[in-house]
Design a protein around this ligand. Structure first.
Ligand SMILES: Cc1ncc(COP(=O)(O)O)c(C=O)c1O
Length: 354
């Protein structure tokens, strides 16, 4: 039975990417050896790393603009502290838009003063704060572009006069933005790029080297840049799959092409949520995420029936996060419009049944 994978991450990846990746596990590049049993310093793998790094910059439109792309380990959660370790001298600003932003704030506090420039905690992160004031004297401002758990997404980014850092874990490569407005972007691979195990960091080199503290090598962006993202043994398989996914995206027409599809998917599900009285959306309409649609049943007693119908239709992974409940349909780049159609059909069938 065909599955429709709405999982929040790790999540759906393009079928052709998975096929190529599975072949490379047995025999990589016709070497007669598996990708995961050759040296990361071999010509074949160095090429993978270099291609993945340059594809990331190319797709973001950041080539030749002073940025470096790195594939690190420790997940986006390690970036919460690495960002502060490398950039926070005295004071940093954070916009608190959800669980992940909150965790980033907690880590930053180990390194200096943290100002929450805005927060939507008062309404369990249903909205993106606006009209917040950013103090002039921050070392950097940190944002989370897409709040995976609550289903909100920043549509308009503030113009600031200090480095802008953004956790784009759950919407990187999904929509066109002027990425050169950001000085440091990070994202765990396991949503729009590949399997868990590697984190993309894109950093403008000129913002580094300004803090006075000593930074342990593994946590120092400059060390990773100097070693071409090979300071330690990289996560070879996740980096390879990421390279294949970025190549897939490029062949598709890049971010603008996928954004068009993502917009269609989001329109389809949100119009069903809004028109169907059996469901109600969780996030404020103007802040809704194109990646994670969060919604509830208006009558919780229908849960068993809805869940069974979803199961019969091959729908996987739509249970909401435990801190929100209800449902969350994650519609990352590799999820097809057809899969969203299958979910929407089940939702309208619920309404027809009354
Ligand atoms: C927006 C965001 N930031 C950070 C994380 C944490 O990522 P990791 O598990 O790679 O540390 C997640 C995980 O889902 C996320 O969605």
């Amino acid at each position: 039975m065909q599955k429709h994978n709405f999982s929040a991450g790790p999540c759906v990846l393009p079928k052709e990417v998975l096929k190529k990746a599975s072949e490379a596990i047995i025999d990589f590049n016709g070497l007669g050896l598996s990708l995961v049993e050759i040296s990361h310093r071999s010509k074949d793998f160095v090429e993978v790393m270099e291609t993945a790094r340059s594809l990331a910059l190319e797709l973001l439109g950041l080539e030749g603009k002073g940025y470096k792309a790195l594939f690190l380990q420790g997940g986006a959660s390690t970036e919460f502290l690495m960002v502060a370790y490398n950039l926070l001298e005295k004071k940093a600003g954070y916009l608190n838009t959800g669980t992940w932003a909150d965790k980033a704030i907690k880590e930053a506090k180990y390194f200096g003063e943290v100002v929450e420039v805005g927060s939507s905690k008062d309404e369990n992160f249903k909205y993106i704060p606006n009209g917040y004031v950013v103090p002039e004297d921050l070392d950097y401002l940190h944002l989370t572009s897409n709040n995976t758990i609550f289903g909100t997404q920043i549509k308009k980014f503030p113009k600031v006069n200090m480095p802008l850092v953004c956790d784009m874990s759950s919407d990187i490569f999904s929509r066109e933005l002027d990425f050169s407005r950001f000085d440091l972007i990070y994202a765990g691979a396991q949503k729009n790029m590949g399997p868990a195990g590697t984190t993309l960091v894109v950093v403008k080199e000129e913002i580094l080297g300004k803090v006075t503290r000593q930074i342990p090598s593994m946590l120092d962006y400059k060390v990773h840049i100097a070693k071409d993202s090979m300071f330690n043994t990289p996560a070879v398989f996740p980096v390879y799959v990421t390279m294949l996914t970025l190549q897939w995206l490029k062949d598709l027409g890049g971010i603008s092409a996928i954004e068009e599809i993502n917009n269609k998917k989001a329109q389809l599900i949100y119009s069903e949520i809004d028109l169907n009285p059996v469901f109600e959306g969780y996030a404020n309409k103007e802040d809704r995420s194109n990646m994670n649609a969060t919604f509830n049943l208006t009558d919780a007693q229908l849960k068993e029936e809805f869940d069974a119908m979803c199961k019969d239709a091959g729908i996987n992974g739509i249970n909401g996060h435990r801190s929100v409940g209800g449902y969350r349909a994650s519609m990352y780049n590799a999820l097809t419009l057809e899969s969203v159609g299958v979910l929407v059909d089940v939702m309208s069938e619920m309404e027809r049944k009354g």
